[in-house]
Design a protein around this ligand. Structure first.
Ligand code: PGA
Length: 255
């Protein structure tokens, strides 16, 4: 299967040695598998070392590249603690996560901020991976998705929207969520249908594929990714477990 996997390490691991070791396991595994693009979103602090490690291999960016978990929308200036797209470009960052539920709900990131971050990423030539999804099982999913998409994509042209990887991520299915419940491919395809219709009506743009995130693991990865509408996955918890992640890569490659 020709698919993209985005490993979202979140605030893990806690030492550079562990980060290099995990990345090394990806580098060893990826050469064995075809038709997969892997993007590794590590904490900012490890990007430089991982970049050096990646450069020392012959891998092409179409096979494995680094991503960021966040970015700031200004290029530089008095913004204590922030990291700009300009800085990220130093490490050949290909993708950046924007609108992740951790940032929306734990850090209070608004749609307005998400919109600015998407614009900054596009301007810097970094692909935004925009995550949208309802918080609780049973929420009015259509209303949430349409409201997030309308605000997050505000002021963008259809051409710009085609450059964004839109990911459906039901927050209630994220593995570290207390009481997380399993989503089903059928339900995910329903949500993707809502996103697709919204993009078509708002931007006259018939997107054909989307990413999925929310407890993707070795047991369910093929069930989700075998559908042509789902072109890849954002993987959190399972991306930290070397053997399981290698198994996920293998299953996608062999399917
Ligand atoms: P999960 O996380 O794979 O652990 O559910 C996905 C995410 O939050 O990006």
């Amino acid at each position: 299967m020709n698919k993209i996997l985005i490993a979202n390490w979140k605030a893990n691991p806690t030492t550079p040695e562990e980060a290099l070791d995990l990345f090394d396991s990806y580098l060893s595994a990826i050469s064995d598998f075809r038709d997969i693009r892997l993007v590794v979103c590590s904490p900012f602090l490890y990007l430089e070392e991982l970049y050096k490690q990646l450069q020392a291999t012959k891998n092409k960016p179409e096979t494995i590249s680094l991503g960021a978990q966040d970015l700031f929308w200004e290029k530089s200036g008095p913004y204590t603690g922030e990291i700009s797209a300009e800085m990220l470009k130093e490490f050949a960052i290909s993708h950046v996560l924007v609108g992740h539920s951790d940032r929306r709900y734990k850090m209070g990131e608004s749609n307005e901020i998400i919109n600015k971050k998407i614009k900054a990423a596009l301007e810097a030539g970094i692909t935004p991976v925009l995550l949208v999804g309802e918080r609780n099982l049973g929420d009015d999913r259509r209303a949430v998705l349409e409201q997030q998409l309308a605000a997050d994509l505000s002021g963008l042209s259809a051409d710009q929207v085609t450059k964004i990887l839109i990911t459906y991520e039901p927050v209630w299915a994220i593995s570290t969520q207390p009481g997380a419940k399993s989503d089903t491919p059928e339900s995910a395809l329903g949500a993707i249908g809502i996103i697709k219709n919204f993009l078509d009506s708002r931007f006259q743009f018939l997107a054909s594929s989307f990413l999925y995130g929310g407890s993707v693991n070795k047991t369910n990865v093929v069930d989700f990714l075998k559908h042509p509408e789902i072109s890849g996955a954002v993987v959190g918890g399972a991306s930290l477990r070397k053997e399981e992640f290698t198994n996920i890569l293998k299953q996608i490659s062999l399917y």
